[in-house]
Write a protein that binds this ligand. Structure first.
Ligand code: RIB
Length: 312
């Protein structure tokens, strides 16, 4: 049976510019850059990942009553996502992310949150009437909304999965009560714990600190090319990543944690789920954009075969 995942999070339109070199402060450059508008937002990227992998996906978010909002809603519907709780905000514009992607695929992102700032208890409470098997969140909506959803999940005994980005001063892990899997990247790990996970010892120290803040079953640190560090409260494992030619790393972390959650809900095996997530994320960085880089289940399976035959 399909798991039903409720994603309570953000939706943005991404304005993406690709360029060889970013300008210095005060500098104007006229260059052969390209630009495009691509659907994004950490929550939406994850919701689409769940849908493309085959989960029954419910999305709770806010968009503006504007062209971008209409476009995004239509796209989510086409992906088969339940959009009844994607609320059209009458007062704020749809969130917009300005993204610069350099030649090596690295990105810089600034988000105007717009309607994402108004996600509130009403739609969250209503979205829980869908009886989800899992609740999935990031920190790209107000932390109060995250806290409310975490509280509902706790009271209804629904496992909570948290992709810890982006971290701001408002984030207080202590208030999440109980987390099944917490998955920060390197900079989010440092912002939450004060420890940069650049060695096994530091990864372990950071995980222990995270587990002292809130009850967590598994911490899965996203370490980019180094793969992932998995901690279960007692033991750790390093799950190697895959070597690919990256063209754009935008949304790789969103896709990783959603794929991890999807596979974990299927079999309950966190290491197998991390391997699957590494595959989905590696495949995504070979493609441009956020929404446009999200793989289907068939594509991840095919990529897995290719990676296995490469190893031989
Ligand atoms: O993680 C990538 C996402 O961050 C982008 O799609 C952008 O919208 C921002 O939310």
């Amino acid at each position: 049976m399909k798991s039903r995942v409720l994603v309570v999070s953000s939706a943005n339109m991404d304005f993406v510019q690709r360029m060889a070199k970013i300008p210095e402060a005060g500098q104007t450059i006229v260059t052969d850059c390209t630009y495009s508008y691509i659907p994004g937002g950490k929550g939406a990227n994850s919701a689409v990942t769940f849908a493309r992998l085959g989960a029954d996906t419910v999305f709770c978010a806010r968009v503006g009553r504007d062209q971008n909002g209409t476009t995004l809603r239509r796209i989510y519907e086409k992906e088969g996502i339940d959009t009844r709780f994607v609320v059209e905000d009458p007062e704020s514009a749809t969130g917009l992310a300005s993204i610069i992607v350099e030649e090596d695929g690295a990105n810089r992102i600034v988000v105007y949150p717009g309607a994402n700032s108004n996600v509130d208890e009403n739609e969250i409470e209503e979205a829980f009437t869908t009886y989800p098997d899992a609740v999935y969140m990031q920190f790209e909506i107000p932390f109060e909304a995250v806290r409310i959803a975490a509280n509902y999940a706790y009271e209804k005994n629904i496992p909570l999965f948290v992709d810890a980005g982006p971290v701001s001063d408002a984030v207080s892990l202590e208030q999440l009560r109980r987390v099944e899997i917490l998955s920060p990247n390197e900079s989010e790990c440092e912002a939450l714990t004060g420890i940069y996970p650049d060695s096994i010892e530091n990864c372990l120290k950071a995980c222990i600190r995270l587990c002292s803040m809130v009850e967590i079953k598994y911490v899965v640190l996203k370490l980019g090319k180094r793969g992932a560090f998995v901690y279960d409260g007692k033991y750790y494992h390093i799950v190697q990543g895959y070597r690919v030619d990256a063209v754009d790393t935008t949304a790789a972390g969103d896709i990783f944690t959603a794929a991890l959650t999807y596979a974990y809900l299927k079999k309950g095996d966190v290491l197998e789920a991390t391997r699957f997530a590494n595959l989905a994320a590696a495949l995504s960085v070979t493609r441009e954009g956020a929404y446009s880089s999200i793989p289907t289940l068939a594509e991840v399976k095919e990529f897995s075969k290719q990676m296995k035959s490469k190893d031989r």
